[in-house]
Design a protein around this ligand. Structure first.
Ligand SMILES: Nc1ncnc2c1ncn2[C@@H]1O[C@H](COP(=O)(O)OP(=O)(O)OP(=O)(O)O)[C@@H](O)[C@H]1O
Length: 273
C-alpha cells in the first residue's frame, strides 16, 4: 500500500478579481477515505477543489498535507506526484492518441528522456484497463464521445499514481454503467490503496452511496460537514437548495436516499431514515 497522506484546506478565502466566492472554508480529504463536496451551482465547490489542487491562489488560509507539509512548499513536480485533479473541462488535443494522453499523467516522473520512468508503461496500461479505455488506445482523443473522453482524462489522472485524487463532477457525460463503475473505483482506491479521494458530486444519492464524509457548501461557506447521515438532513438540504428535498432510506439497498420534490413531481414519501 502507498504512503497514505491526505490534504487539507484550512480557513480558505478564495476569490476572483477581489470578489470573495469562498469564505473561511476548511475541508479535509483524508487518506483511505472518500470526501464528497456537494452544494448548489455557484456555491464554490470547483473553486475550493482547484485551490486544493494549487490551481487557485488563496486570498487567505492554507493548503497543507495531513503530514504537515505545506502544499506551497513543494515544487510543481513534487506536488504533482502527490495530487491530481480531474477538472470539469480540459482542452482536447487534436490528433493525439488515447495512450499518449494517458501518458501525460506520467509527467511528474519524466525527465528529459522517457526511460527516466521505468514504471510508466505499466501505470498507463493499468489506468487504461480500469477505466475501460484500453480498446481505444490508438484512437485520436478528438474523435471520442464525451463519456469516452471523460474516462480517458480519468485514466490520465490515475496514471499519475498520486495519493490524493481530486475529481470535479467526474460522472458528467458517463452512462449509468460507467457512473457506477467510477463510484466503485473511488471506493477501491480508498479502501485498497489508501488514496484520499475528494469529489464534487451533484447527485446527493451518489454522494450518500460512495462518501465517508460530505461537506455541504452554501454560498461559499461550509454549511455542514460529517457523515452522510449527519449532513444529508431534509431541512438543511431544502434550505440550501431552495426546494423541498425529502430524505429517507432506500428499502432495497438500505442506503440514504434524497428526493427533490418539484411542483409536478409529488411522489409517495420516502421511509424516514
Ligand atoms: N473564472 C472565474 N471568474 C470569475 N468568477 C468566477 C470564475 N469561476 C467561477 N466564478 C464564480 O465563483 C463562484 C463559485 O463558482 P464555482 O465554479 O466554484 O461554483 P460551483 O459550486 O463549482 O458551481 P457549479 O455547481 O455550477 O459547477 C460563482 O459565483 C462563479 O460565478
Amino acid at each position: 500500500m502507498r504512503e497514505s497522506v491526505g490534504l487539507r484546506g484550512v480557513g480558505l478565502g478564495l476569490g476572483y478579481s477581489g470578489r470573495l466566492v469562498v469564505d473561511g472554508a476548511s475541508v479535509s480529504v483524508e487518506p483511505a477515505s472518500v470526501t464528497a463536496l456537494v452544494g448548489p451551482n455557484g456555491s464554490g465547490k470547483s473553486t475550493l477543489l482547484r485551490a486544493l489542487a494549487r490551481l487557485h491562489q488563496p486570498e487567505s488560509g492554507e493548503v497543507a498535507f495531513t503530514d504537515g507539509t505545506t502544499a506551497a512548499g513543494l515544487s510543481a513536480k513534487e506536488f504533482a506526484r502527490k495530487v491530481t485533479l480531474l477538472a470539469q473541462s480540459r482542452p482536447t488535443p487534436n490528433g493525439v492518441s488515447v495512450r499518449d494522453v494517458v501518458g501525460y499523467g506520467r509527467h511528474p516522473y519524466r525527465g528529459r528522456w522517457r526511460n527516466d520512468d521505468p514504471e510508466g508503461n505499466a501505470a498507463i496500461t493499468h489506468a487504461m484497463d480500469v477505466t475501460g479505455v484500453a480498446s481505444m488506445a490508438e484512437r485520436a482523443v478528438d474523435e471520442l464521445s464525451g463519456g469516452e473522453l471523460q474516462r480517458v482524462w480519468l485514466a490520465t489522472c490515475l496514471a499519475q499514481d498520486t495519493g490524493v485524487l481530486l475529481l470535479d463532477e467526474p460522472t458528467t457525460f458517463l452512462d449509468l454503467r460507467y457512473q457506477v463503475e467510477l463510484l466503485d473505483l473511488m471506493r477501491d482506491l480508498a479502501d485498497e490503496h489508501g488514496v484520499a479521494v475528494g469529489v464534487v458530486l451533484h447527485d446527493l444519492n451518489q454522494a450518500a452511496a460512495v462518501a465517508d464524509r460530505i461537506a455541504l457548501l452554501d454560498q461559499g461557506r461550509i454549511r455542514a460537514t460529517g457523515t452522510p447521515v449527519e449532513v444529508l438532513q431534509a431541512d438543511v438540504l431544502s434550505e440550501t437548495y431552495g426546494i423541498r428535498i425529502d430524505v429517507g432510506t432506500d428499502p432495497a439497498t438500505g442506503l440514504l436516499s434524497t428526493q427533490p420534490v418539484g411542483r409536478h413531481l409529488q411522489r409517495p414519501a420516502l421511509q424516514p431514515s
